[in-house]
Design a binder for this molecule. Structure first.
Ligand code: PGA
Length: 254
């Protein structure tokens, strides 16, 4: 695991944008995995800027998003389809036919999930997967108790996640209780995972994920088993770590 700790969320976003930009420059037809939530927004702003000001080319990339709420049409302002087009895809030269986001209105969810897995496989697998982490240790919508070998499927969200996400919905509006999510196993198949976390709210989940025992009760702990997990934190998210992580090793703090 490569863990880097930065002063603030802005610096995490700078570093994440460097990693993604470098990936696309090295391999323009990269398969990227994108995430939603507040954490990657700074990264997406920087990618748009790199496209506008430095001509970063997205036309050959293929993208797969981690998850989507069940029951929300792509046009719903809180759908992850809407989030991705609004915050990234509308502003870069993406090829729409190579953008994949789970479909929350699918009639046959199981077939859809199998199809989604097949698209990832046919694209040659994900080169670089962006990840956030839930305050409860979830990865995408793989909530505590998820199988660490799971593939794309429908999951019921915990009360905590529903409450955490309610802030994005209109007051009184129903917050979905189910989502289609890549499985933990699907995420583990990505060549590199780039996990971003900032703020005190994430400190315990980061402590558990990086230093705790690997367990389905904290799905993010699987980053310890990934062949190359790159973790970008700010000081607050790193504040509960008991070790100083540097250069792929962990030493007790002085
Ligand atoms: P956040 O969500 O980026 O909005 O904190 C991350 C997550 O729940 O996975």
């Amino acid at each position: 695991m490569l863990v880097e700790v930065f002063a603030d969320h802005e610096s995490i976003s700078d570093r994440a944008a460097e990693v993604v930009t470098e990936q696309l420059r090295r391999k323009p037809d990269s398969v990227l995995g994108f995430a939603t939530g507040s954490t990657p927004l700074g990264l997406y702003k920087r990618l748009i800027r790199n496209h506008e000001e430095r001509g970063l080319d997205f036309s050959k990339m293929t993208t797969f998003n981690l998850d989507e709420y069940v029951g929300l049409p792509p046009t719903h302002p809180q759908s992850y389809h809407h989030f991705m087009w609004e915050n990234l895809f509308n502003h870069i030269n993406v090829n729409e036919s190579r953008v994949y986001i789970p479909h929350g209105m699918s009639d046959d969810v199981d077939s859809f999930c199998a199809w989604y897995e097949k698209q990832i496989e046919d694209a040659g697998g994900i080169d670089l997967q962006i990840l956030g982490i839930g305050a409860n240790g979830h990865l995408a919508f793989n909530e505590p108790g998820s199988s660490l070998g799971s593939r794309t499927r429908i999951k019921t969200l915990t009360e905590k996640t529903v409450r955490d996400n309610a802030r994005f919905f209109e007051e009184g509006e129903a917050v979905p209780h189910q989502a289609i999510t890549m499985g933990v196993g699907t995420i583990m198949d990505a060549e590199t995972v780039l996990l971003l976390a900032s703020g005190e709210r994430k400190a315990q989940a980061i402590r558990d994920a990086l230093e705790g025992p690997v367990t389905g009760m904290c799905p993010a702990t699987v980053v310890q088993m990934h062949r190359f997990a790159h973790i970008l934190l700010d000081g607050e998210a790193a504040s509960k770590l008991e070790y100083r992580h540097h250069g792929g090793i962990a030493e007790p703090k002085p």
